[in-house]
Each structure stands twice: as C-alpha cells, then as structure tokens.
Design a protein. Structure first.
Length: 411
C-alpha cells in the first residue's frame, strides 16, 4: 500500500535585458507499506520468510537558476548558474520479519533517515558561429546523512543512537556540437556523474565510497534525410566505479565492483501526412563486470536489446489515437547467465473521440493478452517441505489485458 501528496510551485522572472530566473519549490508526503516473500521458506522453514517494509517520508526541495546571454566579440555566450537543494526525512523506516502480514516475528532494521543534498552548478555555452558550439559545465554535490538507529539488534551497527556521514563529489562535463547545415548535426558529449546510496549503508561506511563515479561519453548525429523524417543515432560508453545492487529483503546494498557498458541508440520519426505520425526507438547495450572471469562477468538484469515504437493519428475535433509496442529482450539474471530473465513484447492502444467541450477515451493495455514477466530477480528459494534450496528466477506477473473507458468535460 502506498499513497502520496504532492505540491509544486514554479516561477519564471524575466528582465528587460533578456535575462531570466527560474524558481521551483516542491514538497511531497508519502507513506509506504509493502509485504513480500521472495525466498518462501529458505530462512525460516516453519513460519516462512515474509518481510514488511514501511516508512513515512517528507520530501522537499528547491531548484533555481539564473540565465544570461552576452557576447565576446562575435561569440555568443549563454551562461547559467543554479542551485538544487533536496531534503528527505523518513520516520520509522522499518524492515521486519513477519507472518500473516502484520504479526511481528523479529525486526531487521528500524530507524529514522535524514538526507540533505546541496548542489550548485554552472554552465557556459559558446556559440562561435552558425556551425560550431561548445558547452562546459561543473557541478558540486554535497550529501549529509543522518540515521537514528532505533533497533539494538541491527547487525550492521554497534548500537542504537545517531550516526552521521558526509560525502561530496565534483562532476564536470564537456559537450561539442557541429551543425553542418539545417539537416545534419554531429555531437560529442563527455561527462562525469555518480551513484548515490541508501543512508543506512552510508553511515556504516562512514561516508567512504558512497558516491562512486560514473564516466560516460556519447558520439552521435541528428539528420533529416527528408522534410518529414528525422533520425538520431549515437554510440555511447559508460564506466562505473561501483555497481550498486539493492537487496530489499536483506536490508542492505551489495557492492559488485566496477562495470562498463557500451552500446548504441537509434531513433526515427516519420510524418507521411500532417495527421499521421510514426516513431521508432531501438537500443542495444553490452555490459560486463570489470576484473571478473569471462563467462562470470554478466551484469544481472542489465538490459541488452530494448525497443518501442508506434503509430499515432491526430485529429483535434474527431477520432484520434495510437497503437504502440514495447519490447525487452532476454538478459542474464545472474553473473554466469545460467538463469535468464525472459523478455517480452507488449502492445497497447488508445482511441479518443475529441470535441471542443468533451472527450471520450478508451485505453487498452496488453491488447493481445500476452503472458509476460515484469519484475524478475535471480533468487535462492525453498518451498515448505523442501530439503534443499533452489536457484531460480522469481517474478511479478505482467499486467494482463485491461481496458479503461474515460469521459472528460472541458470548461
């Protein structure tokens, strides 16, 4: 069970010289209560391994930026300076071993989490002429973590009380753009980012290596072979200093070492007539763990082939709709690919009848009622009465055919 309340306010302030300030304030209050059993009777052969995860969270933040345009000779400079602040506060973040959903057998974790991130950044774009432009940016992220451990039996900490840790990182980026003409553009992007981590793991490590670096580069092109066709193609590479793997049922985050991924993205858009629109996206990624033995170096559940596409018909005062698919190919469920996370091919459809004052709509998900697996994990499990555990893929069944009819009145 989960529910959430959100509030968002945005303000755009423009000045006579063309400068402007963007300001955003947001707040979210959420409650989360999840009951699961991934391993059945693996650990507790009598009561089962059911767990309960719950928390109440308040989240608030600020995004602000100042934008300015100036000239250095014939070079146009677009400057942006900004600040992002986010504050998360959870009460009674709990992980417990339960039976019949609410009967407590034993606690695993219980505490309050506070996380504050402050991130100033600057970005400068130089447009030298109509063909060549260059962008450079720099961002600083400071994370402050506090965990109030309320459970004396937490095996990852020496006792109850307040635990604090801090971590920060600097992330530069460089982007190059070459506009050959209105129909052809090339770009090269290079940048450094990071992964963040759960506060409960951060305080255990006292802030050490909790913002591991991610380095990436993209080399791509955007071109228009015809006025009604646009194509985007790119080769990319990502290197991660640390691959985080979350283990919700164990209450910890596993660190699986360095990884690298290389791949390509292809997107196509085609509009044969004004009211008809085709789109296609195809993506490929080859990911491996660095330093692992060949054949034992797969990244569990990392996508390989993915794709989505559709056809859309638009009519502002009549029938309109779309027919789309989404696809994910088979992928390794564990490091040696002895288990497979099965792919899927799902189709959805939308049809609307739109008038000035009202709209009638029908949404159909999984039109052909395909059986598919959504969330999948390689898990060691044991059923009641079994003497030995089994390594297998556990999954959440994908949504079967479902249709929703809507009626909207416009004032």
């Amino acid at each position: 069970m989960t529910y959430r309340t959100n509030a968002n306010a945005q303000l755009l302030t423009s000045f006579a010289n063309g400068d402007f300030i963007k300001t955003q304030l947001y707040y979210s209050n959420s409650h989360f209560d999840l009951h699961t059993n991934f391993t059945f009777f693996l650990e507790d052969t009598v009561n089962g391994d059911e767990i309960r995860q719950q928390e109440a969270r308040n989240l608030m933040g600020y995004n602000g930026s100042y934008n300015h345009i100036s000239y250095l000779g014939n070079t146009k400079l677009t400057s942006e300076a900004g600040l992002q602040v986010r504050y998360d506060k959870t009460n009674n973040s709990e992980l417990s071993h339960t039976i019949d959903r609410f009967t407590l057998l034993n606690r695993i974790k219980l505490g309050d989490i506070t996380e504050l991130s402050v991130s100033p950044y600057v970005s400068e774009t130089f447009k030298f002429n109509e063909h060549f432009s260059f962008n450079a940016g720099l961002r600083f992220d400071q994370y402050s973590h506090t965990y109030n451990n309320k459970f004396a039996g937490d095996t990852t900490l020496p006792g109850m009380g307040i635990y604090k840790a801090r971590a920060n990182t600097v992330s530069p980026k460089l982007n190059f753009y070459y506009h050959a003409d209105d129909e052809l553009q090339f770009y090269l992007t290079l940048g450094k980012g990071f992964h963040s981590n759960d506060t409960r793991a951060v305080v255990v490590q006292n802030g050490f290596q909790v913002l591991p670096a991610a380095y990436s580069t993209d080399l791509g092109t955007v071109f228009k072979p015809a006025k009604n066709i646009i194509v985007n193609a790119a080769l990319w590479y990502i290197w991660l200093q640390q691959e985080f793997v979350y283990s919700g049922d164990g209450g910890f985050v596993a660190f699986s070492g360095k990884t690298k991924r290389v791949g390509f993205d292809f997107s196509g858009r085609y509009e044969p007539v004004k009211s008809l629109y085709f789109d296609l996206d195809v993506n490929y990624a080859h990911g491996r763990a660095i330093g692992a033995t060949k054949g034992q170096d797969y990244i569990p559940l990392a996508p390989v082939w993915t794709s989505s596409a559709g056809i859309t018909y638009t009519n502002k005062n009549g029938f309109n709709g779309s027919f789309r698919y989404r696809y994910a190919g088979n992928r390794a469920a564990n490091e040696d690919y002895s288990l497979t996370a099965k792919g899927y091919f799902i189709t959805d459809a939308v049809i609307n009848y739109t008038k000035n004052k009202y709209e009638i709509g029908l949404v159909a998900n999984n039109v052909f009622n395909t059986r598919w697996k959504e969330t999948q994990f390689a898990t060691e499990t044991r059923l009641k009465g079994e003497t030995q555990p089994v390594d297998e893929v556990c999954f959440t069944p994908g949504t079967p055919f479902a249709a929703k009819l809507s009626f909207t009145i416009k004032f």
